[in-house]
Design a protein around this ligand. Structure first.
Ligand SMILES: [Zn+2]
Length: 231
C-alpha cells in the first residue's frame, strides 16, 4: 500500500471509479454515504471548523446533513432515470458526469475546511492572501459564503448563520412550513453550491433565463444546487 504513489483519492469526475455501477454493489470509500443508505451518519469527523463558535459549528453540521440528504436524493433520482427537472437545470449535460460529481459532493461533505467569517471585504482579502491560491475562491460578492474551486475550503458568512437560525425557528413552530421561507441564504442550498465548487464545478451561471442552463451545465454550481433543492 505504501509503496505506490499513484493510489490517491481522486475527487475528479474523470476518476477511474465506474460511476455506472449500482451503488450497493460498490465498496464504500472512507466517509462515503450511499444514497438511501439506512443510517446516514450525523457527524463529519473529517471536517474542520476555523474561527467558528460552537453554535456556528452546530449550524454547519445540521446544514451539511440536510445538504447530504438532498444530494443523495438527487443521486437516487438520477439512478432511477427520473428525468423530471434534469434538462431544466442541466440541459443536455451527460447524466453520468453529473451523477459522478454528485457522488463526489456527497462523499466530500465529510471532509471540509469550514471557515466562519464576517465576510467583510478586508476579511475576504485576508483569506485569499493567507489561505487560498488566488483565483480559486469563488463567490467573492456573495453574502452567504464562498467556495474554493477546486479544493475543500468553504467560507460561511453571517447571513448564512442568520438563515440557519430562521430555518430552525420555523421548523420548531410548524411541522410543515406553509410557505417558502425566502431566506437570504437557504442553508442546505448554500452548502451544496459551495461544495459543487469544491468538487470542480467552477461555473456560476445563475438560474435566470435566458442563459440557464448554460452549455456545459455539468460544470455549473447553480445547476447542482437547483436540481438537488428544486427539481
Ligand atoms: Zn458560486
Amino acid at each position: 500500500m505504501y509503496t505506490t504513489k499513484t493510489k490517491k483519492n481522486s475527487t475528479s469526475p474523470q476518476s477511474s471509479k465506474p460511476f455506472f455501477a449500482p451503488a450497493i454493489f460498490r465498496q464504500k470509500e472512507a466517509g462515503e454515504v450511499f444514497p438511501g443508505g439506512p443510517n446516514t451518519p450525523f457527524t463529519q469527523p473529517g471536517s474542520t471548523y476555523s474561527n467558528c463558535s460552537r453554535e456556528q459549528e452546530k449550524a454547519i453540521k445540521t446544514s451539511v446533513n440536510r445538504a447530504r440528504n438532498l444530494v443523495n436524493n438527487a443521486i437516487n433520482r438520477l439512478n432511477q432515470g427520473v428525468a423530471v427537472g434534469y434538462s431544466t437545470h442541466f440541459g443536455s449535460a451527460p447524466m453520468q458526469v453529473v451523477e459522478a460529481r454528485y457522488r463526489n459532493i456527497s462523499r466530500d461533505l465529510g471532509n471540509k475546511k469550514f471557515i466562519c467569517s464576517d465576510c467583510t471585504n478586508e476579511d475576504k482579502e485576508a483569506l485569499v492572501k493567507e489561505e487560498i491560491p488566488s483565483g480559486q475562491l469563488l463567490d467573492p460578492t456573495h453574502i452567504c459564503g464562498m467556495g474554493q474551486c477546486p479544493g475543500n475550503t468553504i467560507v460561511l458568512c453571517p447571513d448564512f448563520f442568520s438563515s440557519v437560525k430562521k430555518e430552525n425557528e420555523s421548523k420548531k413552530k410548524n411541522k410543515k412550513p406553509r410557505a417558502p421561507l425566502n431566506l437570504p441564504c437557504p442553508p442546505a442550498a448554500t452548502i451544496i453550491h459551495e461544495a459543487a465548487h469544491n468538487d470542480g464545478a467552477c461555473g456560476d451561471i445563475e438560474p435566470v433565463p435566458p442563459n440557464y442552463p448554460p452549455p456545459n451545465a455539468e460544470n455549473n454550481a447553480y445547476s447542482y444546487e437547483m436540481y438537488a433543492t428544486k427539481p
